[in-house]
Write a protein that binds this ligand. Structure first.
Ligand code: ADP
Ligand code: MG
Length: 339
């Protein structure tokens, strides 16, 4: 048997990276969430080869100060929390400080960033976790990350990727969800040189829905705005006529974060139950605003699920809100499309 030994740091980082970065869409998710946290009002994502060879994320957010650039790439370095207590009122999407170090350990990364106060920007290059360069460079306010050759040094992981077209599809879906989660931000998604999505950032969720899903869905929505205790729900639910055969159109966001939640899904579907045939699922784009104290976001590194402290109450509130929204809608004549 081999001797027992402590792994070297590079190997530790690569293993940890696997938890956060599974595929190109995970890189895009982490980088765009950072852009959102940095207060950006415009975010552009460009990819080639499904993001495997090239991902570039450009934002007009706060930028990173020169003195902080290499710190940002250390594992567990974050500007977003300082202590465990802070976890209970995080308003940022990130807080674990794992994304940049993970991405840098399994790809070639170039960062160009400038804060508003700085005279010049900075260019930083890090490849496979090894710093290559930190130099001054003229740059606009904000941050650009360029991530090339994902998994170039972990071929076993690379093998698990799907075709560039499939990977691009995952990124495209992610961009749609991000756009729905933040109608206040203008998102642009460019795949192999072609613009696939470009939202205006005019704060209007219905415009984003129209842009992504088209006329038929946008014309058959019912607006929701309800509050109970610490929870507020706003957004849109689709009329039963635009139901689907799967749950892909059930979007909901908590405090600006796309999540999956059995409690919410059950509430939504139960609210629709008497209005819809079996095995049909509704279109929803619902934004939940919930006091952070009632949530535990620290469930999984990718943070797709949140725990609620009062599940049953939330479930009932969702169900009744959806039901109420559908009943109101029945009074309004169905929108007839002219095409
Ligand atoms: P986390 O988001 O969990 O804090 P990350 O590894 O994703 O950890 O990022 C580390 C830090 O780098 C962030 O806390 C933030 O201070 C800084 N940062 C990352 N991306 C950006 C960006 N686009 N604009 C400004 N600061 C950023
Ligand atoms: Mg982050």
């Amino acid at each position: 048997m081999a001797n027992i030994q402590v792994l070297d740091q590079k190997t530790i980082d690569q293993i940890a990276a696997g938890e956060v970065i599974e595929r190109p869409s995970s890189v895009v998710k982490e980088l765009v969430e950072n852009s959102i946290d940095a207060g950006a009002t415009a975010v552009t994502v460009e990819i080639r080869d499904g993001g495997i060879s090239f991902i570039r994320v450009t934002d007009n957010g706060s930028g990173i100060d020169r003195s902080q650039v290499s710190v940002a790439f250390l594992r567990h370095s974050t500007s977003k929390i300082q202590a465990v207590e802070d976890l209970f009122h995080v308003s940022s999407l990130g807080f674990r400080g794992e994304a940049l170090s993970s991405i840098a350990s399994i790809a070639m990364v170039e960062l160009i960033t400038k804060t508003r106060d700085a005279d010049a920007g900075v260019r930083y290059v890090i490849e496979g976790g090894v710093e290559k360069k930190l130099e001054d460079m003229a740059a606009p306010d904000g941050t650009t990350f360029l991530v090339r050759s994902l998994f170039y040094n972990t071929p076993a992981r690379r093998k698990f990727l799907k075709s560039p077209m499939t990977e691009a599809g995952y990124i495209s879906e992610l961009m749609e969800r991000l756009a729905l989660s933040h109608p206040d931000i203008s998102f642009q998604f460019v795949n192999n040189g072609q613009t696939r999505l470009h939202t205006s950032g005019n704060h209007n969720l219905k415009d984003v829905i129209y842009h992504i899903y088209g006329r038929e869905i946008a014309a058959n929505l019912s607006e929701i705005d309800a509050a109970q205790g610490p929870v507020r729900i706003t957004g849109f639910i689709g009329k039963p006529v635009i139901s689907r055969g799967n749950r892909a159109y059930e979007n909901y966001f908590i405090n600006g974060r796309y999540i999956k939640s059995n409690v919410i899904a059950r509430g939504i579907e139960e609210g629709y139950r008497t209005f819809m045939m079996q095995h049909k699922y509704p279109f929803t784009a619902l934004h939940f605003t919930i006091d952070g104290k009632l949530l535990d976001v620290n469930v999984h590194p990718t943070k797709m699920e949140l725990r609620f402290s009062n599940q049953e109450e939330l479930y009932r509130f969702v169900r009744e809100t959806v039901k109420g929204g559908l009943m109101d809608r029945e009074l309004i004549p169905e929108v007839k499309l002219t095409e």
